[in-house]
Ligand binder design. Structure first.
Ligand code: DOR
Ligand code: ZN
Length: 472
């Protein structure tokens, strides 16, 4: 099967390039002068369009199995695909969680049956309870292991406890103490893997809540109860542990200027710390709360304009290397509950591409940098490069074709998510992904799926990469 994408502007690692792109048997086989005559089974005319590497969303909670009334892998990957995502990295906190190689293999087999995008899998790092599973999960191809640092988990189900009053204390599994976390860093380093964490210090959170002196009622209360110091403190501890052990550490959903400063401090000293942020932190602030409402409740919280401005700077200067949606659905009913008692999290994998494209067309980020943070650098970080994340011969022919002239308004009624409540409901976005190509096949045109489901598992190759760089 040969697909020829003609007349488009390709966003390649060496810059934008007007060229035709030939894909055969699922991979990119040629970057050709526009108008070169070649045989192809299918042609896509991309005149006036930008052709990006397919987006990789490294931060998706599909709740499947166990909480599939909130979302499932069929819906999350179908939504992601229509928004230009060709690979998702699925978070481990379903029920049961992916905390061993055995569950990893079961989850892989399960998701292979329902994936619309290609997918990788995260493992869950609990500290002492599954330290012996870190190596086996990386051997099975985990993209990283995630520590919900700062979160209490439900003792039996390991579901996150969003509001401490929700559960009796004997049901809570508190985050591991720092000594255990240090061991975890050493173990991940031993396997050449990647450790990522939710960075909010539980003691800083607890004291801040006490200082607030009353339950969370307003958006400002939420910000006071979960201050940026909670994020920066955790990143600083992690930096010392990464330095001491040589472990690569990744901050997911970085949300504050203070947290970014801690990441910069580490990187300037050559410590292997990197960060991800999310479209919600880049495009919303506390000032949007009156319009958006409690749907905006996510952890860590969306802060003020100064924080947002800092995150854009961090993204441009390469302290923040990757963007993920943190697609974290809850039911419509849960999200319409009182602010203090509702769970944190918002849907986002199908608006991930569109919101970032809109930001690009507003001049917040260049097309080349968008390709890096939404595809190339993400693939590198998670051991998927060069198979994924880049337009170059030999790589998988995963593409998203973007029309910069399109205008689209996000509407909950049009979302694929099982629980369609988006913080961007009613927002008009500039530009739009108009086609998605997965391994050489046009699978989406104008948000309609036009090909059968064919997502497959992608294995991360971390150890191989570190050996290669040690030799190189
Ligand atoms: O808001 C959030 N929701 N933040 C997280 O870290 C987890 C997520 C979830 O899984 O619900
Ligand atoms: Zn998350």
């Amino acid at each position: 099967m040969r697909l020829l994408v003609t007349n488009g502007e390709l966003i390649t690692p060496s810059g934008p390039l007007r060229a035709d792109l030939l894909c055969a048997d699922g991979v990119i086989t040629g970057v050709l002068d526009t108008g070169t005559r070649v045989d192809a089974d299918e042609r896509y005319d991309a005149a006036g369009k930008l052709v990006f590497p397919g987006f990789i969303d490294p931060h998706v909670h599909s709740r499947d199995p166990g909480l599939s009334h909130k979302e499932d892998f069929d819906h999350s990957t179908r939504g992601a695909l229509t928004g230009g995502v060709t690979t998702v990295l699925e978070m481990p906190n379903a029920v049961p969680p992916v905390d061993s190689a055995e569950v990893f293999e079961q989850r892989r087999a399960q998701h292979e049956r329902s994936a619309w995008t290609d997918f990788g899998l995260w493992g869950l790092a609990l500290g002492e309870p599954n330290l012996d599973q870190i190596g086996p999960m990386f051997a099975a191809g985990a993209v990283g292991v995630k520590l919900f640092w700062g979160y209490a988990l439900h003792r039996e189900t390991r579901v996150l406890v969003y509001n401490l009053g929700d559960e009796s204390p004997d049901k809570l599994l508190m985050p591991p103490p720092n000594g255990q976390v240090l061991r975890l860093f050493a173990e991940v380093a031993r396997h050449g893997g990647l450790l990522a964490a939710h960075c909010e210090d539980k003691d800083v959170l607890a004291t801040s809540q006490e200082l607030l002196g009353h339950p969370i009622e307003s958006y400002q209360d939420l910000l006071d109860a979960r201050p940026a110091a909670a994020e920066a403190t955790t990143i600083s501890i992690a930096t010392e542990f990464a330095k001491a052990t040589g472990c690569r550490f990744h901050v997911v959903h970085l949300a504050s200027a203070a947290g970014l400063d801690a990441v910069r401090w580490a990187r300037r000293r050559g410590v292997a710390v990197s960060a991800e942020t999310c479209p919600q932190y880049l495009t919303l602030t506390d000032r949007d709360y009156p319009r958006v409402g409690p749907v905006m409740k996510v952890y860590p919280p969306i802060r003020g304009q100064a924080d947002q401005d800092a995150l854009w700077e961090g993204l441009a200067e390469d302290s923040i290397v990757s963007v993920g949606s943190d697609h974290a659905p809850h039911t419509v009913e849960e999200k319409s509950r009182g602010f203090a008692t509702q769970p944190a999290g918002a849907v986002g994998c199908e608006t991930f591409g569109p919101v970032l494209i809109d930001a690009m067309l507003r001049g917040k980020i260049t097309p080349a940098r968008l390709a890096e943070v939404a595809a190339t650098a993400t693939a590198e970080l998670y051991g998927l490069y060069p198979g994924k994340g880049v337009i170059r011969p030999g790589s998988d022919a995963d593409l998203v074709i973007v029309d910069p002239e399109a205008r689209r308004t996000v509407r909950n009624e049009e979302l694929i998510a099982k629980q369609p409540v988006s913080p961007w409901h009613g927002v008009e976005l500039r530009g739009a992904p108009v086609a998605t190509v997965l391994r050489g096949e046009v699978v989406v045109r104008d948000r309609q799926i036009v090909a059968p489901r064919r997502g497959r598992f992608v294995r991360a190759e971390h150890a191989a990469r570190s050996t290669a760089s040690a030799q190189g």
